[in-house]
Design a protein around this ligand. Structure first.
Ligand code: SF4
Length: 235
């Protein structure tokens, strides 16, 4: 039986062999990543990307977004949904960043902070929670932090890293302790792909899964006998 860390290494090793080792590349600078992340909440990737593009096209600078009437920001990001709550949040975040950074609207100073200090700063911004902070730290700053989204959470509990009842916030802390630091980024990327393509929410394709022999969920469903069929009273 593999320890949790050995299991994490083995999962990454097998998925590296199948898909290649994911190599970190910055997706966007940290402020852009943060705003895109706020826009992505409770909507599809396509809709949030449309909202982000419209926002950037409508306003030439972040300063223009910050100073615009909130209704104009709302209008620009409407395709992303929840525009009436996201628009004031985006403006509040921009105001907080400007205030902290002597008027400069960027988060480049996070590059010079250690991971915990950068995380604390991000969490101090209006409406920024642990998942959003983890996304900025991981994708924009290349820090060894695992954002736990629905796919990472589902595949992780099925593989047996923790009980599904722990919830996503605690799952993040557990995975941070389990997954070796050098494997954190590949682990995250692989589990998202695996959750989308193989370990689907409704019908996991266990027969085609390269992790089936080390998966707790698979072992449980193949070793649990089907419920006994009660005999008919008349028999
Ligand atoms: S064996 Fe099934 S449940 Fe386990 S990781 Fe693979 S697809 Fe998911």
């Amino acid at each position: 039986m593999l320890s949790p860390s050995e299991l994490a290494r083995e999962v990454v090793r097998r998925l590296d062999a199948l898909h290649g080792r994911p190599v970190w590349q910055q997706r966007m600078p940290p402020l852009e990543e943060l705003i895109a992340c706020i826009l992505s909440q409770h909507t599809s990737d396509n809709n949030s990307w449309r909202a982000y593009q419209r926002l950037r096209e409508r306003f030439p600078t972040w300063e223009a977004v910050m100073k615009a009437p909130v209704e104009e920001v709302e209008e620009a990001i409407r395709p992303g949904g929840l525009a009436s709550s996201k628009a004031p949040r985006i403006q509040a975040v921009l105001r907080a960043v400007a205030e902290h950074n002597e008027g400069r609207l960027n988060l480049d100073f996070l590059q010079n902070m250690d991971t915990e200090s950068a995380r604390r700063y991000l969490l101090s911004l209006p409406g920024v929670g642990p998942k959003t902070a983890a996304i900025v730290l991981c994708f924009s700053l290349g820090r060894p932090v695992i954002p736990v989204d629905t796919h990472v959470f589902r595949v992780s509990w099925r593989l047996g890293f923790f009980d599904r009842k722990v919830g996503e916030a605690k799952a993040h802390d557990l995975l941070q302790q389990i997954v070796p630091e050098e494997d954190i980024y590949p682990f995250h990327v692989h589990l998202i792909r695996h959750g989308r393509q193989v370990c689907k929410a409704q019908r996991p394709r266990c027969e085609q899964c390269p992790l089936a022999d080390i998966c707790a969920y698979r072992q449980e469903i193949t070793t649990t006998p089907p419920p006994a069929i009660s005999s008919h009273p008349s028999q």
